[in-house]
Design a protein around this ligand. Structure first.
Ligand SMILES: C[S@@+](CC[C@H](N)C(=O)[O-])C[C@H]1O[C@@H](n2cnc3c(N)ncnc32)[C@H](O)[C@@H]1O
Length: 218
């Protein structure tokens, strides 16, 4: 991979490993505090992670909310292979659905009105049309179900560069990737959720460069 201006090669085994290794750092206490304050603790029978990567968050959510069905969706075969392994080894869920899908071009094969908790982590900035994508997610969420989006946000390039350098990225590369990875502001994410049909939308800043947003399907 010579250039990283836009999309990464998510099938690259090294990239898959890097995503898995950085999981604890990316989903730290600050994330969980924000997540906990936008979600309730009720059981969520069906949980879907759109752009699940290595599936570690989906595994944690499935255990935390006593899910019966976990749906892992991603375009990358190697990411999904690891997600399936994690879900099988680290949860007791019997209904594990693994779906290879490119949200920009493919139909998502999940029943309408079926998901209690939908999630996307570090993914929204990747899709070509966030509005079209979130509108598709909205259709699949159950009434009273929620969609939680966790992503980098724009507005603080210096902090972003510093954080990426801590993740072993060069400063140059971090600056090049800033416009892509921090594509939306926290407010933009709420606007996208609202425009796609979600109600009671709100956003919590995790720190200067990360936010968690939530929308409810009425
Ligand atoms: C930065 S990784 C985050 C993975 C995981 N959510 C996490 O936080 O550990 C982004 C993931 O989104 C997936 N992805 C990016 N664009 C996609 C698209 N258009 N359709 C489906 N999956 C996509 C990639 O394959 C990758 O696994």
């Amino acid at each position: 991979m010579a250039h990283h201006h836009g999309k990464s090669d998510w099938a690259d085994p090294e990239h898959v490993q890097r995503m898995a290794k950085s999981y604890q750092t990316r989903y730290d206490d600050k994330f969980w505090n924000a997540f906990t304050s936008v979600s309730n603790s009720e059981t969520k029978l069906v949980i879907a992670d759109f752009g699940c990567g290595p599936g570690l968050l989906l595994t944690d959510l499935a255990n935390k909310f006593n899910a019966r069905t976990a749906i892992a969706l991603d375009e990358s075969g190697p990411m999904l292979a690891l997600a399936e392994k994690n879900l099988r080894n680290k949860t007791k869920i019997e209904s594990i659905q693994i779906q290879q899908v490119n949200f920009d071009t493919d139909e998502i094969r999940v029943a309408a009105d079926s998901i209690d908790l939908a999630f996307s982590g570090f993914m929204l900035h990747e899709v070509a049309s966030p509005h079209d994508f979130v509108t598709s997610v909205y259709k699949l969420v159950k009434s009273n179900g929620v969609y939680v989006v966790y992503d980098f946000v724009s507005g603080n390039e210096e902090q972003f560069v510093k954080a990426m350098v801590d993740f072993d990225m060069s400063e140059d590369e971090a600056r090049k990737r800033y416009p892509h990875m921090c594509k939306h502001s926290a407010e933009n994410i709420v606007e996208i959720l609202e425009a796609s049909g979600f109600s009671n939308c709100r956003v919590l800043r995790v720190d200067d460069i990360r936010a968690v947003a939530v929308g409810l399907k009425r």
